[in-house]
Design a protein. Structure first.
Length: 190
């Protein structure tokens, strides 16, 4: 077992009320269109951890992680996860991480370029075990402790998550266990 930790797009910070479209942590966690390089590289049993995007006045934090249970096509995801299909909320917010139509074509609401679309629809990740931080207390503790934990698991110093992990870093099994123990402690209030 190994894992990856990556920084999501700028501005994605659910703890600050900024919507995180992908990955989706729900009854069945999924990673649909973002980070095709990680989705291609992981195997069933590996873990994927996500760090919030950069926004002013807030420290970035580890939002959570999911264990890879399956890798499927986006077309299969369209059939299995209708709630994850791209759509607009009544407020005009784009939600969902299934970027294909029922025919497998690029969804009309997908704002990414057509270039690379074929890579974005491969290896839709269906998670099994997962953990994500939701309460204000959990989020604040993660904000306070993310930089030191990333430095510990990656073995590199830095002043910001991007200095430590770049856009992403691969971590080994012992480091995955360290991340999971830390997130579990936060989740349980230890």
């Amino acid at each position: 077992m190994s894992g990856y930790v990556y920084i999501t797009g700028q501005g994605a910070d659910p703890g600050a009320g900024r919507f995180l479209k992908d990955p989706m942590f729900g009854p069945v966690p999924t990673l649909g269109a973002c980070m095709p390089n990680i989705r291609r590289a992981v195997s069933v049993g590996d873990w994927i951890f996500v760090v919030s995007g950069k926004i002013e006045r807030f420290q970035q934090y580890v939002i959570g992680g999911m264990q890879v249970a399956e890798k499927i096509s986006a077309l299969e995801a369209h059939a299995r996860f209708p709630a994850n299909r791209l759509s607009l909320t009544s407020d005009g917010l784009l939600v969902g991480n299934v970027v294909v139509s029922e025919t497998g074509a690029k969804h009309p609401l997908d704002t990414h370029s057509k270039d690379g679309f074929d890579r974005r629809i491969e290896n839709f990740i269906v998670g099994g075990n997962s953990i994500n931080l939701e309460t204000p207390e959990q989020v604040q503790r993660s904000r306070n402790e993310t930089l030191p934990i990333l430095q510990k698991v990656v073995g590199k110093a830095g002043n910001r998550p991007i200095d430590v992990i770049g856009r992403m870093s691969k971590i080994g099994g012992a480091e995955v266990d360290t991340m999971l123990a830390w997130l579990s402690d936060i989740k349980s209030g230890k």
